[in-house]
Design a protein around this ligand. Structure first.
Ligand code: DOR
Ligand code: ZN
Length: 346
């Protein structure tokens, strides 16, 4: 595989994406729509997308913001709260536009303050999801401030993921943006109803990237970057050809001044060159032959959706990422700003 210079892939999908709303949505949407046929749209807006009615409205705003002539399918999610009723789950499934329910432990990350304080409050909603086959997408980090930030994912497995799957053994669960060897191992030893997304940034960087030459706020995201041994475990999982692991960028735009601040926001913007960054990561371990399954097939299979049929082409061609992108009257610093990426979408 080492000398491949052109790569043709079935058009990929992004199974974890933050598009925001309003002018920000308009600024970032073309980047995703250029590469991906579909994306699972995260519901952590302010206020959050907690009902099917809100999801339908948000979906319409996304479609209205698309550049003319571009086809892109937003797959909507609901934001799980302590008060989500079983009836809401029924409506979500009946709508045909909601494809998952996102669990944010309250306080775990950006706009998670309306999230779940205790899964015990969600019994009826979870039972209905298990019954109807609507997947739970989990931000799997404990919020216990006593737990070291680098251990919050590992501890979540023991405290919440194992009990959750014991109570709802048939619930479809996506362990979102896994960052540790423990998470990859957990998904591997779980039954087929448990899968995981992996970001490009967690495949490409370890925690040193937050501190090269000084603090690097644009490399701060949640779950936080981990040690090299974890990055290696993620690369192994992503390139294994195992259908439990699929692409989810977690591209999360924040205006420059909110990242370069005394208390900076969590999130990396990778949508501008997502598939190229994944190609670089897979190429780095001579696994380009495994990229199509990961990027274009396994997510659709897990969600019970048809695979895409169109193709995209990538070339091995180094190109420079802009130093900054326009963003709602502000600017957005993309991952690799001012630096190069080794692959280019044609
Ligand atoms: O880094 C992150 N940014 N992690 C998340 O879980 C949320 C996201 C965001 O919405 O900015
Ligand atoms: Zn996310």
């Amino acid at each position: 595989m080492t000398n491949i210079n052109t790569l043709t892939l079935t058009r990929p999908d992004d199974w974890h994406l933050h598009l925001r709303d309003g002018a920000a949505l308009k600024a970032v949407l073309p980047d995703s729509a250029r590469q991906f046929a579909r994306a699972m749209i995260m519901p952590n807006l302010r206020p959050p997308v907690t009902s099917t009615a809100l999801a339908v409205g948000y979906r319409q705003r996304i479609l209205a913001a698309l550049p003319a002539g571009i086809h892109f399918e937003p797959l909507m999610t609901l934001y799980l709260t302590d008060n989500t009723r079983a009836e809401e789950i029924k409506q979500a499934v009946a709508s045909g536009v909601v494809h998952g329910v996102k669990l944010y432990p309250a306080g775990a990350t950006t706009n998670s303050d309306s999230g779940v304080t205790d899964l015990a409050h969600c019994k009826k909603a979870l039972a209905e999801m298990e019954k109807l086959g609507l997947p739970l997408l989990v931000h799997a980090e404990v919020t216990d401030v006593q737990v070291d930030i680098f251990d919050r994912e590992r501890v979540f497995i023991e405290r919440h993921m194992i009990p959750l799957l014991k109570d709802y053994p048939a619930l479809k669960v996506v362990f979102e943006h896994i960052t540790t060897k423990e998470a990859a191992d957990f998904v591997l030893r779980s039954p087929a109803n448990v899968a995981a997304t992996i970001t490009a940034h967690h495949l490409l960087m370890n925690r040193n990237a937050m501190f090269v030459g000084g603090v690097q706020p644009h490399h701060y995201c949640l779950p936080i970057l981990k040690r090299e041994e974890h990055r290696q475990a993620l690369l192994k999982a992503a390139t294994s050809g195992n259908a439990k692991f699929f692409l989810g960028t977690d591209s999360a735009p924040h205006a420059k001044h909110t990242k370069e601040a005394a208390c900076g926001c969590a999130g990396m913007y990778t949508a501008h060159s997502a598939i190229e960054l994944y190609a670089e990561a897979f190429d780095g371990v001579n696994a380009l032959d495994k990229l199509e399954g990961f990027a274009s097939f396994y997510g659709a299979d897990f969600y019970g959706l048809a695979r895409n049929t169109e193709c995209i082409e990538l070339r091995r061609q180094s190109w420079q990422i802009p130093a900054s992108l326009p963003f709602d009257g502000d600017s957005l610093i993309p991952l690799r700003a001012g630096q190069t990426v080794a692959w280019k979408l044609q």
